[in-house]
Design a protein around this ligand. Structure first.
Ligand SMILES: [Zn+2]
Length: 435
């Protein structure tokens, strides 16, 4: 498996990257003519890192000219779909791709549930980009006609040089789910596909449920990006799920759990993965390998109110990751009828916000899809990104009635006594092995 220099000649076009950041902010009261303003703009060097939030855990990064999409879920599976095969909305993906400039070099997939990787293969087909993700992600892509060579399977512990001074380390991560409830344990249990799923003969779609064609992919993968910069290297940590309850030590399940706590038996194409190393140990190994004890920004989960899933995870991991800023994601409604409705849910996770504020860590709450953040050594600045939003028919800021606020998660105190399997202390990942 090729694990370094994933990308080739397409990275040499860095100098031609067109820069549109900050163009919504006129510096002199709008007195400059459009032409003069554009000339002034063209002299500004592009920022080393820009990060555009494309709903849920979908981001578009430009890092030293390398173009990266995370997950890329743009289709919307309607509420009440009932797990029926659902093909990607390729037109919607194309429209978003066009709005961000039409090119992507790499797609990293954090985990393989339908609200993350339903469209990953579509992005890969439209752009030719290499996918990096779980075996499940690659099998889903294979099922949708993406050649095996265009998807790199990662387990955690891999290092990739993406070119232009951008590298990424893969961190084996855990999935969310309240480990005191059967539903929560089922959600977090690491499951992988064994073979490529078979698309529906009628509509070509895969079944989007977590116990059919879109299991989580053995928990999750987080990604630690390091970006060279003249002043100092920048670090971005992306994790599209997570769980305080299994952060310090994995919680394994066996077939019997599914027999007792699942409406249907585990499908024969699903394999239960036994986790032996904690997400915490993986994270520490990645940060040690990168030679860092903090990151510039953690793009992390923002869901959970009463049960506090994201707040608790932040509490557990804050002293390890030590982010200089936190941007929450996955707190919006991923079942809203259309991506092009924009943000339809109000932010309600005050506990998470209070936690990071108490830590003196800047905390950014998005106001609309395609909000953009510029990362410099001095910190993060916000760019309203009006042109891209306008291209997608989105107002700059979503107007959201308060009665559409997030549903409050219910605590279910039911206890499960799970079998712990294979909890011996294994060797930590060796990042140098993949260089
Ligand atoms: Zn998930």
């Amino acid at each position: 498996m090729q694990r370094s220099r994933l990308l080739g000649k397409q990275l040499l076009i860095f100098g031609a990257v067109f820069f549109i950041a900050f163009c919504s902010v006129a510096p002199s009261g709008g007195l400059l003519s459009t032409r003069l303003w554009r000339a002034a703009e063209a002299q500004t060097p592009p920022p080393a890192v820009s990060m555009t939030w494309m709903s849920v855990t979908n981001w578009y990064f430009e890092m030293n000219g390398i173009k990266i999409v995370t997950d890329g879920f743009i289709s919307r599976v309607p509420r009440g779909n009932g797990g029926a095969p659902f093909p990607p909305d390729v037109e919607a993906v194309q429209r978003v791709l066009d709005a961000i400039g039409g090119e992507v070099d790499v797609i990293v997939a954090g985990h393989s549930h339908g609200d993350h990787t339903l469209d990953t293969a579509a992005w890969a087909r439209l752009t030719g980009a290499q996918i990096i993700g779980a075996r499940t992600t690659c099998l889903q892509a294979l099922a949708q006609g993406i050649p095996e060579s265009q998807c790199t399977i990662v387990e955690g512990g891999e290092f990739f040089d993406l070119g232009n001074g951008v590298t990424v380390r893969v961190v084996r991560w855990n999935h969310s789910g309240d480990i005191n409830t059967p539903a929560g344990v089922r959600l977090q249990a690491p499951l992988e596909l064994i073979n490529a799923p078979v698309p529906d003969p009628v509509n070509g779609g895969l079944r989007p449920s977590i116990l059919t064609d879109f299991p989580n992919g053995g928990g999750a993968r987080a990604f630690l990006f390091s970006i060279d910069h003249a002043e100092r290297q920048l670090q971005v940590f992306f994790a599209n799920t997570g769980n305080a309850g299994t952060f310090e030590s994995p919680r394994n399940v066996d077939e019997q759990f599914f027999e007792e706590h699942s409406a249907t038996p585990l499908e024969s194409n699903l394999e239960i993965v036994t986790e032996t190393i904690s997400a915490r140990a993986h994270l520490e190994a990645a940060m040690a390998d990168a030679g860092i004890d903090s990151v510039d920004v953690w793009l992390g989960i923002g869901f959970g109110t009463i049960s506090g899933s994201s707040t608790n995870l932040s509490r557990f991991a804050a002293h390890i990751i030590q982010p200089r800023a936190y941007i929450p994601h996955h707190w919006d409604d991923f079942r809203a009828p259309s991506f092009f409705d924009g943000l339809t849910r109000a932010w309600t996770n005050e506990g998470l916000e209070e936690f990071w504020t108490s830590m003196d860590v800047p905390f950014f709450i998005q106001g609309q899809y395609m909000d953009k953040y510029i990362l410099e050594p001095s910190g993060i600045t916000f760019d309203i990104n009006s042109e891209v939003k306008a291209a997608l028919g989105l107002p700059d800021v979503a107007v959201i009635p308060m009665d559409t606020a997030s549903e409050i998660e219910a605590d279910e105190p039911e206890c499960l006594c799970l079998h712990d399997i294979g909890m011996q202390r294994p060797d930590l990942p060796d990042f140098s092995a993949s260089r």
